[in-house]
Design a protein. Structure first.
Length: 563
């Protein structure tokens, strides 16, 4: 509807003034109308005329051409035009679905990206939730979305972990893994994370241990090159890697996010090495003290190493390979990569290198970043130091807060409430800044929270159940309170379009909270059950419940029928 109105207004500008205006309707305060346009102010610059005069002439034309859709056209201020939809048009708008603006497009969404041998922390929880919501939005817009997950099963961090594991086992003794009682997935993950911390500290403080870790790093690459699954060292490595993947699967299933295609670095490194050597021959990369580097200063960036002097690939090379592997697998139109903002400059270098040989892939890649995740009153987390807030700890803290705050007897409802609280708390703020997570605030049934919206949905469903199966009526003529709620409901497709275009789920959160508040105002002053207008108002309640459910689903949040 909004798009059609913009088109008709543009046609009116052309017909009246033989001039083009870029029409972008906005939502003014309700007392002024349903839409507003600044077309007259745009045209005044082209025509050299008073914008108020242009607006008055344009308003006359719109009253004529849009008589079937618009009940009122008014001019305000220096030349703004306000439009009020007819009740029939507003009612029809409630059945308009979000635009399929990405229909036919193939998009790869990469997020979460945990490393095997290390614990999942709150940052992984955040990006898993945000990434899943963004992928849902892209699918809503008609795209075919492939969710992928990239993690380091090779590299220096693995060398550090293997050093700690072997030290704990008293040598390369894979049988020792079966004797230490690590049957619980979370316990296994914590044990491996502790070994990584030990290895990192040794690497930083013990020169002899550092040499051993460097050698183990090479040994890990070698077992991949040789497809070694039988040596004692290989058995330890593959067992612990599998433990990590089992832990990841358990985490994602618990969180309720859509499944991933997992890309380990060992799979992308060969492609990256081949590309790095190709780029070396083309002069994009160059030799420097035995290493292969990209000197980015000429591009306003900094120098990064792609191949070490030992010939091993760096993170840059693995990410370089990943971009080409993803394209080979999916031939994407767009790739969205979601990470922490600590690698902004790093990714600029990687994409600039890609731009030198495949500019279309660099242009199709969007790097979206977020800040740190902290518990309320907490400090910055670091897996190197070991002071990590685990992802499952966040979930446990929310569950504990929910039990202390609510008396939820049904376990499924409690689970839905806990994950609704966490997801909404992470999604309600614009992606980019730091996030402070407060468990008690997140589970509150009051204020801007996930459980509040879940309860709002359950309340609407309760009203519909109390109607005893009566079929809702039509919305041809609306009273003021009914119209106000209908107006807010009509905004939903536009909000989804905005969230898709900006890749920002917080727009959906803000809208759903405002919608729930609008419904509360409506319900306070407009009796539903037993009123002469019950059928019409039930129809609004039905639209309201369905809109809440749809929006919550996009956020990955369940909409319970009752709470």
């Amino acid at each position: 509807m909004k798009t059609e109105l913009e088109k008709r207004i543009a046609e009116a500008c052309q017909a009246l003034f033989e001039a083009e205006a870029k029409i972008e309707l906005t939502r003014p305060e309700e007392k002024f109308g349903d839409y507003a346009t600044n077309a007259a102010l745009q045209l005044s610059k082209q025509l050299g005329k008073n914008p108020r005069e242009i607006a008055e002439a344009l308003a006359v034309k719109l009253r004529e051409t849009l008589a079937a859709q618009i009940s009122e056209v008014s001019v305000a201020g220096p030349g703004f035009i306000n439009l009020k939809l007819s009740d029939q048009t507003l009612a029809a708008a409630l059945n308009v679905n979000p635009a399929q603006s990405l229909a036919g497009k193939v998009i790869v969404a990469e997020y979460s990206d945990p490393n095997p041998f290390k614990v999942l922390h709150a940052g992984h929880l955040y990006t898993s939730i945000v990434g899943d919501a963004i992928a849902n939005l892209l699918e809503q817009a008609g795209a075919t979305v492939h969710r992928v997950n990239f993690g380091g099963d090779v590299g220096l961090h693995v060398g550090k972990s293997m050093w700690g594991i072997i030290k704990e086992l008293g040598g390369e003794k894979p049988e020792g893994l079966q004797k230490i009682g690590l049957e619980d997935l979370d316990t296994r993950a914590g044990w491996m994370a502790a070994r990584y911390v030990e290895g990192h500290e040794a690497y930083e403080n013990d020169p002899a241990a550092k040499e051993e870790i460097v050698a183990l790093n090479k040994k890990v690459y070698a077992l991949h090159d040789q497809n070694d699954h039988d040596s004692p060292f290989a058995k330890i490595y593959w067992t612990c890697r599998e433990w990590s993947y089992q832990y990841f699967d358990y985490f994602y299933q618990t969180l309720g996010v859509q499944p991933f295609r997992y890309y380990p670095e060992s799979e992308t490194a060969p492609k990256g090495i081949a590309k790095a050597k190709e780029l070396l021959e083309k002069g994009v990369l160059e030799q420097s003290e035995g290493a292969v580097v990209f000197k980015g200063e000429g591009h306003g960036l900094h120098t990064r190493v792609f191949l070490t002097k030992e010939g091993l690939p760096t993170y840059e090379t693995k990410d370089l390979g990943l971009i080409f592997v993803k394209y080979d697998d999916y031939h994407f139109d767009k790739s969205v990569v979601i990470t922490g903002n600590d690698i902004v400059e790093y990714m600029k270098v990687v994409l600039k290198v890609v731009d030198q040989v495949a500019p279309e892939l660099a242009a199709a890649t969007t790097h979206l970043t977020h800040g740190l995740v902290k518990l309320a009153g907490g400090e910055k987390m670091s897996s190197r130091k070991g002071n990590v807030v685990g992802a499952l700890e966040i979930i446990d803290s929310a569950a504990q807060a929910a039990r202390e705050t609510h008396a939820i007897e049904d376990k499924d409802t409690e689970k839905q409430t806990v994950f609704g609280a966490i997801k909404y708390a992470f999604l309600k703020n614009r992606v980019g800044g730091d996030t402070i997570y407060d468990p008690k605030e997140s589970v509150s049934l009051e204020g801007n929270s996930g459980p509040y919206l879940q309860y709002a949905h359950a309340r609407a469903r309760s009203i519909l159940r109390k109607a005893g199966g009566e079929q809702p009526g039509g919305l041809a003529e609306l009273e003021p309170g009914e119209r106000s709620l209908a107006r807010k409901l009509s905004e939903y497709p536009e909000v989804i379009d905005l969230a898709v275009n900006e890749l920002m789920p917080h727009h959906v959160c803000t809208y759903l909270y405002e919608l729930a508040q609008a419904f509360n105002r409506f319900y306070e002053h407009n009796r539903v059950i037993g009123d002469a207008r019950q059928a019409t108002r039930l129809k609004l309640v039905e639209h309201y419940a369905e809109t809440l459910k749809s929006g919550l689903k996009l956020l990955g949040i369940a909409a319970p029928e009752q709470m």
